[in-house]
Design a protein around this ligand. Structure first.
Ligand SMILES: CC(C)(COP(=O)(O)OP(=O)(O)OC[C@H]1O[C@@H](n2cnc3c(N)ncnc32)[C@H](O)[C@@H]1OP(=O)(O)O)[C@@H](O)C(=O)NCCC(=O)NCCS
Length: 187
């Protein structure tokens, strides 16, 4: 995976991101519409939002995946949700894993989020396996959540909870029993 680069999405990624969103397997696992136009992506990229962390993965300069972390506001500001998608021709090469790890690093080590959640179609075995591997657990099932190619599909709500960040200089008893290293799920 040395040739994989992960960086913040840029305005000039709009066309590539739109191509990604129009791929059939990508659409199958997400909420993207057929024939989605590039304006939709451009608008998202142009709207600056400090609570949105939108990453892309590039392999040999080809945009092969995207991932987003969105922090909620106010009394939900300890939480956020994630989205993820990899180019249809690049599945099972560790790209989704690398993107999710980068998003979790932001959430855990730079925002100190306690709760992260997402929704995933119940038949999306690849994504569910990946999310479980990173500590997400099923919390519930939304019935008939998404219309996909003429059929209504259920979705799982999944979430991952963490202890609040460790305070440097406070003894570990005042911060609960676990040390920071104990809180990281296996990647
Ligand atoms: C789900 C998705 C993001 C996974 O990305 P990926 O780059 O193919 O996944 P990785 O290669 O990083 O795989 C990481 C782990 O995920 C799991 N996984 C990924 N694809 C899998 C598959 N087809 N079957 C079973 N497990 C799978 C495995 O645990 C895998 O680890 P392993 O290869 O060591 O067994 C990708 O399939 C995708 O983009 N699908 C279309 C869009 C989508 O469904 N997005 C999720 C919306 S909730």
């Amino acid at each position: 995976m040395n040739d994989l680069m992960i960086r913040a999405a840029r305005l000039e990624d709009a066309d590539d991101l739109n191509e990604l969103a129009n791929l059939p397997a990508f659409r199958h696992g997400t909420l993207r519409m057929p024939y989605q136009g590039v304006e939709w992506v451009k608008r998202r990229l142009e709207a600056f939002d400090p609570n949105r962390h939108f990453l892309v993965a590039l392999k040999d300069n080809v945009l092969v995946g995207q991932g987003g972390l969105f922090r909620r506001q106010g009394r939900e500001s300890h939480s956020g949700f994630v989205i993820l998608g990899v180019h249809d021709d690049y599945h099972r090469q560790g790209i989704g894993n690398a993107l999710l790890k980068a998003l979790l690093d932001i959430a855990d080590n730079w925002l100190g989020l306690i709760r992260l959640d997402l929704t995933v179609n119940v038949d999306n075995d690849a994504a569910i396996k990946l999310y479980k591997r990173h500590g997400f657990e099923e919390e519930g099932r939304q019935r008939a959540a998404t219309l996909r190619d003429g059929e209504l599909v259920d979705a799982f709500m999944m979430a991952r909870l963490r202890q609040p960040p460790f305070v440097v200089g406070l003894n570990s008893e005042s911060q609960g029993k676990s040390a920071p290293g104990d809180r990281r799920p296996a990647a």
